[in-house]
Every structure is written in C-alpha cells, then in structure tokens.
Ligand binder design. Structure first.
Ligand SMILES: C[S@@+](CC[C@H](N)C(=O)[O-])C[C@H]1O[C@@H](n2cnc3c(N)ncnc32)[C@H](O)[C@@H]1O
Length: 206
C-alpha cells in the first residue's frame, strides 16, 4: 500500500484507534525502565506518536517530548491530548531531527506500518538521531507478515502492516548500532500479547 494512502488512512482512523486502545495498558508501565537512567529534561522522540495518549502522555511530565508522526490528523490529536508535547511532522524513514540530538526514542506500534524492506533504514535513522548511550524502546512483531486489511476500525479505511519477524528485526537493530537490553512479551491494552524491546545506542561503532 502506497505511503500517502497509509498516511491518509491514519488521518481518518485516529479517533477510532484512540477509542479502541486503552491509554494505560501494561505496555506503558515499561516506560519506567526505559526512562530510569535518563536525566529529567532529557529529549525523547516519540516516533509515530499518534494522539500520544499511550506514549508521550506517560513521559511528558519529566522529559521534553517531540511527538513525530506523518499524519497531520494524528498530530492535531496529539496537540489536543498532550499539549506539552512538541508536534513534528515527518516520516520515520528520514527523520527531521539532527544527529545525536535525542536521549531516547519510543516507537510503539508504528514501524510495522512501513514496508519491511525499509525497516533497516528506519533503525539507521533511529541510530543517527540518538546520542551514544541513549535508549530506544519499541514494539517488535514476532512473526513475519505483510498485508492490508480493508474496513479496519472504519468501513472506509484500508490499513497496511509489514514486518520481517523477530530475529530479522533484532539483527537490523544490531546492524544499526543498538544493543538489546531486554525483550519481553506483555499483554497490552488491547488484551493482545505484544513483544517489546528495550535497546541502548552503542557508544562506539567500529
Ligand atoms: C498504531 S498507531 C500508534 C500510535 C502510538 N505510537 C501508540 O502506541 O498509541 C501508528 C502511528 O504511526 C504513524 N506512522 C505510520 N507510518 C509512519 C511513517 N512512515 N512515519 C511517521 N509516522 C508514521 C501513524 O500515522 C500512526 O499515528
């Protein structure tokens, strides 16, 4: 499915998604481990932030949060739900963020909307903008999959997902320069099992 069609789908479906997923699911409790070594006031990039209720909202009291999304509709929802976050419109395959300028990155339920052939590019972008020693927490699809669903959450919405599976994702993160601190399954706010990985940006690349 073409990138702009996915973006327009998110413009339309964001409200329904916000109603669909609990904003305080167990996956949000993992932000405590993510944030533990970060100083108050650290800069966090929330990639594919959506309305921010399940991500930015849990971090914004302590940190400077940039909410990044390619959907204008989703950024409007972010501004309404989490006004303390700074909205940034952009695509995760070419982040509109300077090198080594953030201390942590959150990417919950977002990378799998990009074709899996471009996931290495996404992780390379994460590594470029994250300072050495910085953190990344993201959801990872255990199984390889790719496809669209017509009528997802709204009759007029078609949505696209793509992932290479857990082992390939872990290899891509390693290639980008991230060490995995831990990776675990949690039952999320949808009542579904999701795999979450906490990573650290390596200090030095050979
Ligand atoms: C399932 S929602 C998740 C929102 C939020 N991270 C959460 O966990 O509630 C996926 C979000 O990723 C955004 N997104 C998808 N592809 C993107 C891309 N290539 N660049 C930036 N944002 C993207 C969508 O617009 C949407 O807001």
């Amino acid at each position: 499915m073409e990138r702009n069609a996915v973006r327009r789908a998110w413009d339309r479906v964001g409200d329904a998604y916000g109603d669909f997923r609990n904003a305080d699911g167990p996956e949000t409790a993992l932000f405590a481990a993510f944030a533990e070594p970060l100083e108050p006031g650290s800069r966090i990039l929330d990639v594919g932030c959506g309305d921010g209720r399940r991500t930015a909202a849990h971090l914004v009291d302590e940190f400077v949060v940039l909410g990044m999304d390619f959907s204008r509709g989703q950024l409007d929802r972010l501004c309404e739900s989490v006004p303390a976050a700074t909205p940034v419109q952009g695509d995760m395959t070419r982040l509109p963020v300077a090198d080594a300028s953030v201390d942590g990155i959150v990417a919950y339920y977002s990378v799998f909307h990009v074709p899996r052939t471009q996931h290495q590019t996404v992780y390379d972008e994460f590594a470029r903008v994250c300072r050495p020693g910085g953190r990344l927490i993201l959801t990872v699809s255990r199984q390889a999959h790719e496809g669209t669903r017509q009528g997802w959450l709204r009759p007029d919405v078609e949505m696209f997902w793509s992932a290479p599976g857990r082992e390939a994702t872990m290899a891509e993160l390693d290639d980008a320069g991230f060490d995995v601190v831990w990776a675990r399954d949690v039952v999320d706010g949808l009542g579904e099992t999701v795999h979450v990985a906490l990573c650290e940006r390596r200090e030095h690349e050979e």
